[in-house]
Design a protein around this ligand. Structure first.
Ligand code: MLY
Length: 266
């Protein structure tokens, strides 16, 4: 769902240009995803990055895996590209004289970890080493992004989403990712070589579902129309209120948004 967002039309309409592929730390073609739901692997605990844990693939989208740490809950799933160095075949940690750790928030008593680990791995379907990618793409030499360039970016608050985005600012090796049609609540700074940002066209290559832009007109701050200071939610009318009348300052004109790049209402 989300309709048929077309970068082509959208770039023409916005008069913007796409950040060139060499800006990104991504492969020239997205990495092949041969993982299957249910496979187990080793992953760094995102909440405790010095720990290597057992994770299960609970979902797949394009070149990404949705992972859940064994012994954790289902509220802390995370996504990794299949060529991420943060995922490894089972056995890798011990081979490097490390020890597999319980995830942060392990739901059992810490003393039951060794037995839990044994049972978890017994008869498990382990992702075969050959489907892991040997290395991550090389780091581009420098930050070549420019303000205004378009890209596709993971919404870090909703990391299953990849969305159209614009470089909002530069700060040394960092890039401000702003989401098209959304007010600032989802913005974030990341390093230029972040694995969460992709060139325009990435999702159509991987088969990921690129979200359409939000429905908020992004106006310069001084022209902002919302008096409630709200950010981040699309301009959906509240039940019982006429569309578009919520919190508008008197005398502030409704911005008419047409979407020639293709999107049915959000
Ligand atoms: N229902 C959520 C989803 C927001 C997603 C924003 N991304 C796409 C930038 C909300 O409205 O807050």
């Amino acid at each position: 769902q989300g309709g048929h967002f077309s970068w082509d039309k959208y770039l023409k309409e916005t008069g913007a240009s796409a950040a060139p592929a060499h800006c990104f730390r991504q492969g020239a073609t997205p990495p092949v995803n041969e993982f299957k739901v249910g496979m187990k692997l080793e992953a760094q605990d995102p909440r405790n990055t010095t720990s290597t844990c057992i994770a299960t693939v609970v979902g797949l989208t394009g070149s990404r895996l949705r992972l859940r740490l064994d012994g954790s809950d289902n509220k802390n799933d995370f996504w990794r590209l299949v060529d991420s160095s943060e995922i490894q075949p089972i056995g890798n940690c011990e081979k490097n004289t490390g020890m597999l750790q319980p995830p942060l928030g392990f739901r059992l008593n810490a003393s039951s970890w060794p037995m839990f680990l044994l049972k978890t791995l017994n008869g498990a379907e382990m992702a075969p080493a050959r489907i892991f990618h040997k290395q991550e793409p090389p780091v581009p030499e420098q930050n070549s992004f420019q303000v205004g360039m378009k890209l596709e970016a993971v919404d870090r608050k909703n990391p299953h989403f990849i969305c159209p985005a614009t470089v909002g600012a530069l700060r040394g090796v960092e890039v401000l990712v702003t989401f098209d049609g959304w007010r600032g609540a989802f913005d974030y700074y990341c390093r230029y070589d972040s694995r969460d940002i992709f060139p325009v066209g990435w999702c159509s290559l991987t088969g990921d579902n690129l979200q359409p832009p939000g429905t908020k007109a992004v106006l310069p701050k001084t022209l902002g129309c919302l008096s409630d200071g709200s950010e981040g939610t699309a301009m959906h009318p509240m039940p019982g209120q006429p569309p578009g009348q919520r919190g508008r300052k008197p005398g502030c004109r409704k911005t008419k948004l047409t979407r020639p790049w293709g999107q049915k209402g959000a």
